[in-house]
Design a protein around this ligand. Structure first.
Ligand code: SAH
Length: 423
């Protein structure tokens, strides 16, 4: 989501006649887009700002946007008096104001809902993989999560707006569409005639666009995985056989305290339905270890579910207490060394499952999307339908195909190797 926000900010500054530079010391304006979902990311912001202040041109204006800006607000100016602007994740479209009056201190951390989408120019050339946000905010109140505070209540964008952005992306270079939302499968838009649009409607319409070859979406909340959406995995071959559906923990007690009200049985039942609809589907999860009160037995249940579902491409985090969240105030916070130990055990299991899955791909032919050359320039990096990285020797004469059938020849935990299937 932050990557997308940064693209829009860059497009907005392009429209003001600015061009991007890779060198901070050359920049006239420097924007740090920030994430506050875990404490570590927040802590890095101010050290990074200090580094920027020391190397930037003296009259360059700089500031922060995104969730840390909203979390820290006016205090950011106190901590870093040289800062010029502090703009929350729903008010960064106000950025051009600071260009008119660089000596002011621009602060706006309001929750303005969907306003930014209408006020900002479109990207001139869409990236091959284009993110299309379909919603802002979140109404699930997971007790560990700062998102409802930083990005506000859940709002779904109109079906027409989303499809207009999707068409624009398709016409300017997109080959893959990734729909984005904190609770993306809860997307629900009711038009003036009372007609309800769901994520499945967006997928069905997008699949009809010839330029778009692959569709995916993230992140999903388990209980919002409705049958109409599951059917899309059966009916729309362009929808990738890969789904991020975070379980967070395998312990019913921990899930209850996280305010994630689903049972393991109902979660596994959804996975069964998905596998019935699309036998080759693979599931990815996010995990939090060391949530307040998590016992050895709770953690063992997380290990158990990870093995049972055989999650691929998953993310795992140590629980990190966040301001404005209920879990930060819960008793029985877990010691850092135990969190670290549990994370290492889970990571090693997830890595092993990933390696096993990657090895099962050897000998198969997968239709992959080209991401460009690797650092050496001698290979091309492709992305499989399961989001694995696949490295292929660069053909000598031909232009690389954006989509290609690749036979997998080798695999390790991190990536695959393959060769083009010649017809
Ligand atoms: N709605 C998004 C949330 C984005 S945050 C989603 O479901 O993916 C991405 C992940 O960060 C979450 O799934 C969760 O696993 C993790 N996370 C959120 N808050 C956290 C916290 N306080 N400590 C550790 N990990 C956290």
């Amino acid at each position: 989501m932050n990557v997308y926000d940064s693209w829009r900010i860059a497009a907005m500054l392009n429209a003001q006649g600015m061009v991007a530079t890779k060198n901070v010391a050359d920049a006239d304006i420097i924007i740090l887009n920030t994430c506050s979902v875990r404490e570590k990311a927040t802590n890095k912001v101010f050290s990074e700002l200090g580094r920027i202040r020391d190397i930037k041109k003296q009259d360059a204006i700089f500031g922060i946007v995104g969730c840390v800006a909203r979390e820290v607000g006016r205090n950011a100016f106190r901590r870093m008096p040289d800062l010029n602007f502090v703009l929350g994740p729903q008010s960064y479209h106000r950025l051009p104001q600071i260009l008119q009056d660089p000596d002011s201190k621009l602060l706006n951390i309001d929750l303005t809902g969907l306003e930014k989408f209408d006020e900002m120019p479109q990207l001139e050339h869409a990236p091959t993989v284009s993110y299309i946000p379909i919603q802002e905010g979140c109404n699930h109140c997971c007790t560990y999560c700062i998102v409802p505070y930083t990005r506000g209540p859940e709002l779904s964008r109109s079906y027409d707006d989303v499809m207009r952005d999707t068409m624009h992306a398709a016409e300017t270079g997109a080959v893959e569409i990734c729909f984005l939302g904190q609770n993306v499968n809860g997307y629900k838009y009711t038009d003036a005639n009372g007609k309800i649009f769901r994520l499945s409607d967006l997928i069905r319409a997008t699949a009809k666009i010839p330029e778009i070859r692959r569709i995916r979406f993230t992140s999903s909340y388990p209980t919002e995985m409705t049958d109409d959406l599951i059917e899309m995995f059966r009916d729309e071959p362009k929808l990738l056989p890969f789904l991020n559906m975070p379980i967070q923990s395998g312990s019913p007690d921990v899930l209850k305290r996280m305010n994630r009200p689903y049972s393991l049985d109902s979660y596994l039942e959804i996975i069964e339905k998905l596998r019935a609809a699309r036998p080759d589907i693979q599931i990815s999860s996010d995990f939090i270890v060391g949530f307040p009160g998590e016992t050895d037995d709770d953690f063992a249940q997380t290990m158990d579910i990870a093995r049972r579902v055989k999650y691929i491409n998953s993310y795992s985090f140590k629980y990190s207490p966040r301001p404005h969240t209920a879990a930060a105030l819960m008793p029985n916070q877990i010691a850092e060394n135990i969190k670290r130990e549990r994370l290492a055990i889970l990571d090693s299991e997830l890595n092993e499952i990933q390696r096993e899955f990657n090895e099962t791909c050897i000998g198969k032919t997968l239709t992959c999307l080209c991401e460009g050359p690797d650092k050496t320039g001698r290979h091309l990096i492709y992305r499989t339908p399961y989001m694995q990285q696949c490295i292929v020797a660069k053909p000598k004469n031909d232009m690389p195909a954006i989509m290609a059938d690749i036979k997998i020849t080798a695999a390790n935990r991190a990536s695959l190797r393959g060769e083009f299937v010649k017809d």
